[in-house]
Write a protein that binds this ligand. Structure first.
Ligand SMILES: [Zn+2]
Ligand SMILES: [Zn+2]
Length: 66
């Protein structure tokens, strides 16, 4: 279910980026919306419902990494 290394596409330019990438390698913008766990600071994909590290439930549409 969880594939943290699966590449995804930058929402700005379409370049492949990885879920833990801070900036798109092509356009330099933040590639995608991500959750950041407020407890352990783990970054997770926006589609994740729970922190993969500590299991905290993310707020839908909240707890966004920025
Ligand atoms: Zn980009
Ligand atoms: Zn966590």
């Amino acid at each position: 279910m969880k594939r943290p290394d699966e590449p995804t596409s930058c929402q700005h330019c379409g370049a492949l980026t990885f879920p833990d990438a801070r900036h798109c390698a092509r356009c330099g913008r933040f590639p995608i919306k991500l959750h950041q766990c407020p407890i352990c600071r783990t970054i997770a994909g926006i589609e994740e419902e729970y922190c993969p590290k500590c299991g905290r439930m993310f707020e839908p549409g909240g707890d966004l990494f920025s």
